[in-house]
Write a protein that binds this ligand. Structure first.
Ligand SMILES: *Cc1c(COP(=O)(O)O)cnc(C)c1O
Length: 403
């Protein structure tokens, strides 16, 4: 805990020292004149054309000797600042930003595969990412096999001679199973298979994928990092070994992320530690309360001792966030569920999570591999920053509609 806290503080300290005047192509704005101001947060740049100082400087581009930013798609300064903050927080070699979390997943998959390859994807990975494997990678003759959501050393039995990549997400979407990450990465390393981990739930504060042997760490910045449900963004951070492949692919594709999104993500990062602490506390309080409710069956929260992979969470994570789920003992009709859900005043219905407003989704899950929760309605809660007693009271009166 202390190391991560230190790292978070260190990054924050470093961010706060960042100059608000940013050098583009060798020129800085004048130190003090009537058209500049030193604000706490960095300026955002809008631009397609980026000017060169001289023709000699422009000629350097063709010789791959130019060190400045060449064009609007060459990652403008606000993007580079956010990338650097994330890279440092993650302890990786290279970070790149994307216009959404799903774009980050898709591009990472494309960067590290080619026709004829086979990949493994844990069955609780973010649904749209799995659909991308089925609908798009398949078109390019890249085959995929879903593996159990709580896979560990048994990953070995799914590996084929052409397996090149394993995509993990821990805890996974909707059902919160946890994979034995170090067991999987040890096996993958031996066989030269690259491992990707979507660590959105834990944020860079509560899980250090590179310390567990992961090669590529993915985050949906849309969630806790930006924190206000008004940004779509994602990041991919890679270790030294894959930094050239990934950095090169990003550059080749000329992907970039608009400055406003990077600015908001960077701003979110400054309050992440504080917000997450509150999400964590409130979610644990609500989860423990739900365990006392007679009609509730399982509470799917990795930090509760009853969670089947609680020991793995305890070993590998340094905290829990505000997203978890529960199931009912009985199977209710949609009309009964509607009576409960629509009566809630503080929990709103909507996709995504990680913002200040509490959200709820409820559905039965579809899995390709056997699931503990097959056929069960899973109610997922994103615990926001409202007063925790109010949230419990809201759920209490809502759940009373079912009894
Ligand atoms: C939301 C989410 C994504 C996708 O992020 P977007 O920015 O919404 O595209 C990826 N992975 C996980 C685990 C998510 O929850």
């Amino acid at each position: 805990m202390t190391d991560i806290k230190k790292m978070a503080t260190k990054t924050t300290a470093k961010l706060s020292k960042m100059k608000t005047e940013t050098k583009i192509s060798g020129k800085t704005w004048p130190e003090r004149d009537q058209t500049t101001a030193t604000t706490i947060n960095p300026p955002t740049y809008r631009g397609s054309t980026v000017l060169f100082d001289s023709f000699q400087e422009m000629l350097k581009v063709g010789r791959h000797e130019y060190e400045g930013i060449t064009y609007g798609t060459d990652r403008l300064p606000t993007q580079r600042q956010f990338e650097e903050a994330m890279r440092e927080l993650e302890g990786g070699a290279v970070t790149r930003v994307f216009q959404s979390g799903i774009a980050a997943i898709q591009t990472a998959l494309l960067a590290f595969t080619k026709s004829g390859d086979h990949i493994l994807v844990c069955d609780n990975a973010y649904g749209p990412g799995q659909r991308f494997c089925k609908k798009v990678l398949k078109k390019f003759n890249i085959d995929f096999t879903p593996i159990p959501p709580n896979v560990g050393a048994d990953v070995e039995q799914y590996i084929q001679s052409n397996t090149v990549l394993i995509l993990l997400e821990s805890p996974g979407s909707i059902t919160f199973e946890i994979q034995d990450i170090p067991a999987i990465t040890a096996i993958a390393r031996q066989r030269n298979i690259i491992t990707l981990l979507d660590a959105t739930w834990a944020t860079p504060l509560y899980l250090k994928p590179f310390e567990l042997g992961v090669d590529v760490s993915i985050h949906s910045v849309t969630k806790y990092i930006s924190g206000y449900s008004d940004v779509l963004a994602g990041t991919v951070t890679v270790n030294e070994r894959y930094s050239r492949t990934f950095g090169g692919f990003y550059k080749q594709m000329e992907i970039y992320t608009p400055a406003e999104e990077c600015y908001l993500a960077l701003r979110g990062l400054h309050s992440l530690t504080t917000r997450l602490r509150q999400h964590e506390q409130s979610a644990l309080t609500v989860a423990k309360w739900l365990q006392t409710v007679s009609i509730v069956d399982n509470v799917l929260h990795p930090a509760l001792p009853c969670h089947p992979e609680h020991h793995l969470w305890q070993r590998d994570f340094t905290g829990s966030s505000g997203l978890f789920a529960f199931t009912f003992k009985k199977d209710y009709t949609d009309d009964q569920l509607a009576a409960f859900i629509d009566s809630l005043e503080l929990f709103h219905l909507g996709y995504s999570w990680g913002g200040y407003k509490s959200l709820l989704t409820a559905a039965k899950i579809m899995r390709a591999t056997p699931s503990r929760y097959a056929g069960k309605t899973i109610v997922r809660l994103s615990i926001g920053l409202e007063d925790c007693d109010d949230l419990i009271q809201d759920l209490e009166s809502g759940l009373a509609m079912l009894t």
